[in-house]
Design a protein around this ligand. Structure first.
Ligand SMILES: [Zn+2]
Length: 316
């Protein structure tokens, strides 16, 4: 049974025709229409039509960064896309005539890693996605955990620092503000502007420090620049400290680290592992989870959305 997976991001929409074994048969990418829900829906409809032309498609899964209701039909709130209480499923089904299921993007990515990627066959796993924000997904007993209202596993919006930095969710001190790609970039800009020896390489890569980009920070990391490495290390330590608490609740066997920053590999995983172990309650008396990098990276959202749609459609 072939399904279509769509991943709606803040800057681009990715889509793919996906087989039952998670293989991508055909893929497309277009820019996300800015601030216009109707245009966004039309872009998704056109993409699905193009991907499915000449194919029997069973269902469509749409992954979106935001809170999705328990019926997988409505986008309650999406911070980057200005979607509010949007009945996306009904609108897309009316235009496509196929079953559509909406899913949180981090959940879709986590599910893809569990089914076909780094977390394959690990029935109790959690995934942390470190990109612009910090996303989370939980697989418990081989099922995706969505919570009572459909919006569980928002691991990036757990409190990390009392009265800390303001977050887009309306709270203060969320993990996301101390462990996301955006947080890393802000710290790098601060360091570059500090005039210290530690910030010299970052300032050299971009003389207008406010214009410093993630690519430049990553370049400094790959050059083993001590300043950039310290910041990445701090980010990993923050993630590790937080996941030790999550492990106290969930007792997972594996943590999969995904998102754009996971390309840093061991440079990111090592401080996560170290801080996780240092903060693990009853350490030495409980089994320790393994910490691995995601393997599907850019395709996780579309593959996960397509597979979840296939399952949901078969259960109807
Ligand atoms: Zn938050």
């Amino acid at each position: 049974m072939i399904t279509v997976g769509i991943d709606v991001g803040g800057t681009k929409i990715a889509g793919a025709l996906v087989s039952e074994t998670g293989d991508i048969l055909k893929s497309l990418k277009v820019p996300t229409p800015a601030d216009n829900t109707d245009d966004l829906i039309t872009a998704v409809v056109e993409m699905v039509k193009e991907l499915s032309s000449g194919q029997e498609v069973a269902a469509v899964g749409v992954a979106i960064a935001g809170f999705i209701d328990a019926d997988q039909s409505e986008v309650i709130y999406s911070p980057n896309l200005s979607l509010r209480n949007e009945p996306l499923k009904a609108k897309l089904e009316a235009r496509l005539g196929i079953d559509v299921f909406v899913e949180n993007d981090a959940n879709a990515a986590g599910w893809a890693e569990y089914r076909f990627g780094a977390g394959k066959d690990s029935d109790h796993m959690m995934m942390i996605t470190i990109g612009t924000g910090v996303g989370g997904a939980i697989v418990a007993k081989g099922e995706l955990f969505r919570g009572g209202f459909g919006i569980g596993a928002e691991l990036g919006h757990t409190n990390f620092i009392q009265e800390g930095r303001p977050c887009g969710c309306g709270q203060n001190g969320c993990l996301e503000q101390y462990a996301s790609g955006s947080a890393l970039l802000d710290s790098a800009k601060e360091l570059a502007a500090s005039g210290t020896l530690e910030g010299a390489r970052l300032a050299e890569l971009q003389s207008e420090v406010d214009e410093l980009s993630g690519t430049e920070v990553y370049k400094a990391i790959t050059e083993s620049d001590p300043g950039a490495l310290r910041l990445l290390n701090e980010l990993g330590t923050n993630i590790g400290k937080a996941v030790a608490s999550f492990a106290a609740i969930l007792d997972p066997k594996m943590l999969v680290v995904g998102g754009g920053l996971s390309v840093a590999g061991e440079l990111l995983l090592a401080p996560i592992r170290e801080a996780y172990l240092n903060h693990l309650p009853a350490r030495g008396y409980r089994p320790e989870m393994t910490v691995v990098a995601a393997s599907l990276i850019n395709d996780a959202g579309v593959v996960g959305a397509a597979d979840l749609a296939r399952r949901a459609s078969a259960q109807r």
